[in-house]
Ligand binder design. Structure first.
Ligand code: NAD
Ligand code: DAU
Length: 360
């Protein structure tokens, strides 16, 4: 039985990944989830798996080498899936320091701990070990023209403190592969959406605001393009890369689903109208008149688009969930989990929201 060490498993993608893995492998794997539980980490996301015998949660900071080394000393880890990071671009523009600390130094701690546990006296590594570093397409910078795509060979050109910190972490992983032949892979994925996404990100923020009749803030001209992928497809891609990918390779994971932000907002409004039952008071609130153009994000990347050709050819992965279906699944999840949304948007979220949007 393989033991997985998942970092950041209480966040959006990490929790979806853990659900996916237990659905797929049941009792045949063991998962240890290490998470610091920042504002973005929420154990409620994992309440259905919390009592499983083959699941363990450890509250720890990935920058704390003593805690991380101890986990490797006490457990024979076979797979690391490294999600833990500060993930929101707007926050990185306001406060870059924590991004460098967690994303760069935290990744270094994870690499050192896995290397120490897996390295043999002859400088080779134990068989069948893998460290998968979960990264982003934002490291490639911004595409200006339609028809252009990010490939694994596209030079890095990060613009935000967030993407710069992820690029630095990718380079650390690459350096460990090149220098030590450390057994790892890197995946660079496009924008995810789906259940459990924190409503600071575009899609859940628009769903949440629209249902309350609050303004829908569109940065700049609304024509920036993102390539949206349903989160379960990402989880599947990560698992397939670890099981079928070539060691030391980078794989881009993307939805082939590029859309302007303003188009996404219109789709959400139309889908909410379609899904809300007649007589529901929220139906009156959901309206295009809420759309409000606000000051642009500083250094706002214009367009992201992934060509997932390599992962399709080598690993057999492709994006399965059509956006029309994924957005309905997401909205249904938010309808069914109103209390989750209320809890995560109370307290600190209000302060964040006022601070981030008061000048916009
Ligand atoms: P998230 O912000 O929802 O979750 C991050 C998780 O990491 C949280 O549970 C948080 O508590 C934990 N964490 C943060 N700092 C930590 C620390 N110092 N020690 C331990 N745990 C810590 O993020 P997400 O959207 O789920 O993204 C997960 C990963 O995927 C990140 O590495 C991100 O760069 C990458 N990624 C995200 C997207 C996306 O669209 N969201 C796309 C591509 C790649
Ligand atoms: O591309 C992958 C990346 O996608 C991940 O690495 C990041 O962790 C993740 O946060 C996401 O980054 P983006 O900046 O693309 O996502 P966000 O949801 O913040 O914004 C999506 C687009 O919507 C972007 O062009 C900015 C715009 N936007 C966002 C918000 C929050 C708005 O117009 N209004 C908003 O209020």
């Amino acid at each position: 039985m393989k033991t997985y060490l998942v970092t950041g498993g209480a966040g959006f993608i990490g929790s979806n990944y853990i659900h996916y893995m237990f659905k797929k492998y049941g009792e045949n794997i063991r998962i240890i989830n290490v998470d610091k539980l920042t504002y973005a980490g929420n154990l409620e996301n994992l309440k259905e798996v919390a009592d499983r015998e083959n699941y363990t949660f450890i509250k720890a900071d990935i920058c704390d080498s003593e805690a991380i080394f101890k986990i490797f000393e006490e457990n024979e880890i076979d797979r690391v899936v490294h999600f833990a990071a500060e993930s929101h671009v707007d926050r990185s523009i306001k406060d870059p320091d924590v991004f460098v600390k967690t994303n760069v130094l935290g990744t270094l701690v994870m690499l050192n701990a896995a290397k120490a546990a897996w390295e043999l006296p002859d400088d080779t590594f134990k068989k069948d070990k893998n460290f998968l570093h979960v990264s982003t397409d934002e490291v490639y910078g911004s595409l200006e023209n339609e028809g252009e795509y990010f490939y694994e060979t596209t030079p890095y050109d990060p613009h935000s403190p967030y993407s710069a910190s992820k690029a630095a972490s990718d380079f650390l992983v690459k350096s460990y592969m090149d220098t030590y032949r450390f057994p790892a892979n890197i995946t660079n994925c496009s924008n995810n959406y789906g259940p459990y996404q924190f409503p600071e990100k575009l899609i859940p923020l628009i769903i949440n605001n629209a249902l309350q009749g609050k303004k829908l803030p569109v940065y700049g001209d609304g024509k920036n393009v993102r390539d949206w992928l349903y989160v379960e497809d990402h989880a599947k891609g990560i698992d397939m890369v670890q099981e079928k990918g070539r060691l030391f390779e980078t794989y881009n994971i993307g939805g082939h689903n590029e859309k302007e932000n303003i188009k996404i907002i219109h789709i959400i409004l139309d889908t909410l109208q379609e899904m809300l039952p007649e007589g529901d008071p929220r139906k009156e609130l959901v309206s295009e008149t809420l759309i409000t153009y606000v000051e642009d994000r500083k250094g706002h990347d214009r367009r992201y688009a992934i060509a997932p050709d390599k992962i399709k050819e080598e690993v057999g992965w492709y994006p399965e969930t059509m956006f029309e279906d994924g957005i309905k699944l997401t909205i249904r999840w938010f309808f069914e989990n109103e209390d989750w949304l209320q809890r995560v948007t109370s307290g600190d979220y209000q302060n964040y929201y006022e601070d981030m949007y008061q000048t916009r």
